[in-house]
Design a binder for this molecule. Sequence first.
Ligand SMILES: [Zn+2]
Length: 570
Amino acid sequence: MKKYFISLLALLLITFTSCEKELDNSPDLILINGTIITMDENIPKVEAIAIKADTIQNIGTTKAIKELAGNNTKVIDLKGKFVMPGFFESHAHLLALGKSKLELDLSKASNWDAVIAIVAEATEKAQPGEWIIGRGWHQEKWDPVPEENVGGYPINTILSSATPYNPVLLKHASGHALITNKYTMNLAKVDTSTKNPKGGIIVRDSLKNAIGVFEEEAMSIITNLYDKYLANRSAAEIKIDREKVFQLAVKECLQYGITSFEDAGSTFDEIDFYKSEVDSNKLPIRLNVMIYEKNSNLEERIADYKILNYGNNHLTVRAIKKYIDGALGSRGAWMLSDYSDMPNNSGLNVTPLYTLRKAANIAIQNGFQMCTHAIGDKGNREILNIYEKTFKQNPDKTDLRWRVEHAQHLSRKDIPRFAKLNVIAAMQGIHATSDAPFVRKRLGRERAKRGAYVWRKLIDSGTIICNGTDAPIESVNTIANYFATVTRQQANGNLFFPEEKMTRIEALKSYTINGAYAAFQEDKLGSLKIGKLADITILSKNLLSVPDYKLKNTTVEMTIIGGKIKYIKE
Ligand SMILES: [Zn+2]
């Protein structure tokens, strides 16, 4: 009897506490008096949002949302500020972004002499033998052109005399070429007899001497040396370095209002690292990862790496990354006809088509998205062919959402194929304006007008475009990328085929809900809707109505992920 009484008491107690919990249904956080663009077509604009735990509990007028507040509800008065779903960066490189923060920034050097000055200063501070790493130079953006040059590329003579005892690796802005010094070429044993590796070029002068520039697959001659140096670090040193660059990258994302990030290529080892960061609560943003591994490795391990919404929706892996060609700047983009500024050169196919076909089969059999870097019109056509054939051979597999990363230069015939095949174009607004200074040279005006960064033509043909920056190729700056997307305005003020620009709302879509769709996450992310995750970015200006010339001055005021404030502008 006594026993019975005690259990009854316990039952009552449980019932009572759970009732009390149910009663406290008031939001943890409310945002009021805002200009809130939801990106939900049914209710496009509201004044206020209520958040409970990590989820949007309600949206509506300030009056209605205020009434929901309880004693413990935190209230943020937005004072009319612009609020949107968090930016979805759909294509960038997380660890490389972090690393770039530790490397010499050569992107603002106005000519080759300026590059050498930056490198020389760093070399003075370095120990002999220590690697000097830089990134972001682009010969097409220099004035004047280097005195000693081959097709515009500098010859490394002065660089070599400024760095006699240090290995040097200076990556081209496109990521598809590098320049190094004589010291490093000696270490790598490069001389007049060294053959070009498949899919790459060692750039040489008329006497067959290597000038220090290595394109595409030839870069590995130098990067392998650097990788060897890095591999000689202890496991503890590697972990510390990785942690450091990871946190630098994440911090940068939060500052630009990015709440979700699609990493365009990480190894299994790097994915293990991301997972451990999630486990120890060190990943505030949401990360989607494309696996970048050889086919043989994929075949062996891909099934173990399907990771969906791990760590409370913080880590997802369900895509693979491949490359079909290079970039336009380094003339590596695989074109249907020759470059206008280099006869007998139509670019490079960097991964054999049979390897890509095989990868497509691995992806479709394992329920993974295939995301292939394709820049040239030939590269795009060939990858669309491979996708089309793979889809046809697997009629039972639907809603695949395969992607072409960049989709920069398209033949007229291929533009409608994206929508027809339900292939997503993962494009980068900022690439158009940043590449503009050399696009006409490489392609000629007509070819550029017909097919270069043709967002308008793609959208009008029904294609879904998701937006991003390809950081660290470009800055991960969301505002600069949005500005480029809606204006096509270059740094010098010129407009680059402005008829292809997106409308403000299309650009916002490409940067939010389309990003979520391209990652199979539109049920949880990409718009501000009851029941979705509370990932929210607050800006100083209204991205839909501020005039173009003021758009660039917009700042990110606050970044909220899963209802928690992760960044506040100081
Ligand atoms: Zn990329």
